[in-house]
Design a binder for this molecule. Sequence first.
Ligand SMILES: Cc1cc2nc3c(=O)[nH]c(=O)nc-3n(C[C@H](O)[C@H](O)[C@H](O)COP(=O)(O)O)c2cc1C
Ligand SMILES: O=C(O)C(=O)c1ccccc1
Length: 383
Amino acid sequence: MANYGDHQLSIYLQGMFQNTRPEITTDLSRLESQAAANLTAEAMGYIVPSAGSGSTARANLAAFDRWRLVPRMLRGSTERDLSCTILGTKMPAPVVIAPVGVQTLAHPEGELATARAASALGLTYTHSTQASHSFEQIEADSKWYQLYWPTDKDVCLSFLQRAKASGYSVLLLTLDTGTIGWRPADLDRGFLPFLKGEGLANYFSDPAFQAKLAKPIAEDPTAAVMHWAQMFPNVGLGWDELSFLRDNWDGPIVLKGITSVDDAKLAAEHGVDGIVVSNHGGRQVDGAIAALDALPAIADTVGEQVTVLFDSGIRTGSDAAKALALGAKAILLGRPFLYGLALAGQAGVEHVLRCLLAELDLTLALSGYANHRELNRDSVKPA
Ligand SMILES: Cc1cc2nc3c(=O)[nH]c(=O)nc-3n(C[C@H](O)[C@H](O)[C@H](O)COP(=O)(O)O)c2cc1C
Ligand SMILES: O=C(O)C(=O)c1ccccc1
């Protein structure tokens, strides 16, 4: 099998011999500004700015700059193997598409295009509860499901059953969004896509949801939207309720949104299979700890008992290498794939994934690693 880094040579060859250049930048840290040209102010405002003053979102990025890779020499890393099995899912590289809601804001094909792009590279797509397309519409070879636990248990159960019936293998329960954080960019515009009915496909197609409405959705869409708005906020969940998931989901269960060592310990004690160390890309609690700053202690404490995954702030292959070195078994990619989607639909997401994997692979090759599992604490030093 070819190394992902070979993508680099193919870009050079196309440029030198076919006079074609990438339409989207290969500097993934610049995607945001490139994508802005294709997005409305409302979509940009929803996707980019994060909560409050944006301090956690900035801290997420800054935390990566505070770690430096320490390349090793003369170690023979010609053939790399990035493949791994995470929570029973075989993957060609330790990269999963993060759950991102309402992807039609970025591109009309939304999640359909993202799922196809993930499959084209053999990667796993994660379907958000807030998606613009329903569980059943997604065609992907490997798919996980991210649950927002609605206060209506019938709807919650129906979501779990539909996810299972349509082939989703791993359940991620997102804990950090019991309600929407304080997001001035959206508030200043009075804009929330869900209130237009966007990002509610899983609910609107759900028999348990429909059963609670006085009139069919087509006759009274506003009532359906308001019904969602009253069942979405759920800051009342407690650890004891996780047993409901165990009783109704027979695959691996992952808790997304852990940044405290104590919560990571509780997660392990409650027998979950994995956690995602994440602060939701800084979109929830402004001033919260950078996700990367939380990772090493959590991985040290529970890394042997639960599968530790990571997101929030990964922009490049080099960032991914740092998170893996600091204890993550795999990373979830968030905004960068969404910018690719905004720029060129499925092809744009594929471009971003290929570039990220190529840079990760070259980072390994140039640092003396044949395999991402060899990355460890000695692979990085504080800046
Ligand atoms: C526009 C947008 C929508 C998101 N929607 C969801 C969601 O529905 N469910 C979820 O668990 N996380 C959601 N997230 C968070 C991502 O899964 C991930 O944690 C975050 O994007 C990581 O931060 P980063 O994009 O800065 O790397 C969303 C993120 C963005 C940018
Ligand atoms: O935008 C988000 O980050 C998100 O996950 C979300 C989900 C539901 C309602 C509002 C926001």
